[in-house]
Design a binder for this molecule. Structure first.
Ligand code: NPQ
Ligand code: MG
Length: 388
């Protein structure tokens, strides 16, 4: 059987012959959140969505830069990504014909870091390719499933009662896994109560790097609750301390922030830093890295799942395509558009069925219509870039 990387290389190499990106458009679009989202690193009330549109071959492809406004989840922000794409990344990919996705990735590789900025361009390019080839993104990358199991990530709440109500609500909607955001002071007691009331659900926690090895004994008490995983307990760029912690926990550690590419994923697995990996296309710099991590984990029997960054429907649709690969065996943080937004930037919006799945669409590219009218109405910044 071919790995998704091989399928990708084959498909992308086949058509269309040498594509020229003629224009890149960057825009920020502010959308209100249904309710504030709070993690160990902060709280937001609205999301500034960063969209990338690329033109070539008579079509437009759409991508999303998942960076937040503040450098709290990662050092990248909407501002750094605007700067880096405008001044370095877009000029490197426009004008000259591109052969395939690895050609695009190679043009971006000399610029260090800034994975979310790179991913925004790679996503838009892949949507463009898929549209030009009249294929769904899922099919283009070698997806094997149409029905994708999903979970929900529940932020830190003003009270335990409110959290318990949210847990009930999302279980009633069919979500297959509940993830609780935790931090010191909002952890053991909260997890104990959610687990006591829901003995059989798939339950996990995400600390977003809120602890250190000095909290070892505290973290070990989480072993009592039959959690599916503990996500990113320690520092955002650490592998070594996580390896030590994993050796002293029975619960699987899942790394998110620390896995910034294929090489880091290899190192994490070699060191024993985690037993599960959360793959986010933005964090790792695009499809090529995301699929490479998937292939590595699939070969080693390491379960992966697709993380979320409060994306608009555009980023969400890319996540759905990625999560259709065979190694995505755990429910991801994909969720319905309505989990976060009253109105999404795509039509139709992403919905979760009663059985806790989303459907990977069959139409070309993202498989959703981009709602340009609503996007335009909410655009704060618009930048048109052309080759010079
Ligand atoms: C995670 N996401 O898995 C992230 C963290 C996160 C769904 O839990 C703005 C932009 C706010 C990105 C809040 C979920 C964010 C963000 C949280 C990412 O760690
Ligand atoms: Mg996380």
């Amino acid at each position: 059987m071919q790995t998704p990387s091989e399928v990708l290389n084959q498909n992308v190499a086949a058509v269309p012959d040498r594509l020229v990106i003629e224009k890149v458009e960057l825009r920020t679009v502010r959308v209100p959140l249904n309710e504030p989202f709070e993690t160990s690193f902060g709280r937001i009330d609205s999301r500034l969505i960063f969209l990338v549109a690329v033109n070539g071959g008579g079509e437009t492809g759409w991508g999303e830069v998942v960076a937040a406004e503040e450098p709290l989840y990662s050092y990248e922000t909407v501002g750094t990504a605007l700067h880096v794409i405008r001044d370095y990344l877009a000029p490197a990919i426009m004008g000259e014909p591109l052969r395939d996705i690895s050609d695009l990735a190679q043009r971006l590789a000399p610029f260090r870091g800034h994975n979310m900025a790179k991913a925004g361009l790679e996503l838009a390019f892949m949507d463009l390719l898929a549209r030009l080839k009249c294929q769904s993104l899922s099919h283009l990358i070698g997806g094997t499933r149409e029905s994708i199991p999903v979970g929900v990530s529940l932020g830190i709440q003003p009270s335990l009662d409110r959290l318990l109500e949210r847990v009930d609500r999302y279980l009633d909607l069919g979500y297959q896994r509940i993830k609780l955001k935790i931090k010191p002071g909002w952890d053991i007691g909260v997890v104990r109560e959610v687990r006591r009331r829901n003995p059989d659900i798939m339950l996990s926690v995400d600390a977003n790097a809120a602890y250190t090895l000095a909290d070892l004994d505290h973290l070990r008490t989480l072993d009592d609750f039959g959690l599916l995983m503990i996500e990113q307990p320690l520092e955002y760029d650490d592998l070594i301390d996580h390896a030590q912690l994993q050796s002293k926990l029975s619960t699987a550690i899942c790394l998110d922030e620390s896995i910034t590419g294929i090489k880091r994923a290899k190192q994490a697995l070699d060191l024993g830093s985690c037993r599960i990996i959360n793959i986010k296309i933005g964090r790792v710099g695009g499809y090529s890295q995301a699929i490479g991590i998937h292939d590595l984990c699939y070969a080693k029997g390491i379960p992966v799942w697709c993380g979320g960054m409060l994306e608009s429907g555009i980023g969400r649709a890319h996540n759905i395509a990625l999560a259709s690969l065979p190694g995505f065996v755990l429910p991801g943080d994909i969720s319905a558009s309505s989990r976060y937004f009253a109105r999404d930037l795509i039509v139709p919006e992403v919905t979760v069925s009663r059985d806790g799945t989303v459907i990977a669409p069959l139409g070309p590219g993202l498989g959703f219509n981009v709602d340009l009218e609503y996007i335009t109405a909410r655009t704060e910044t618009l930048m048109r870039l052309e080759p010079h």
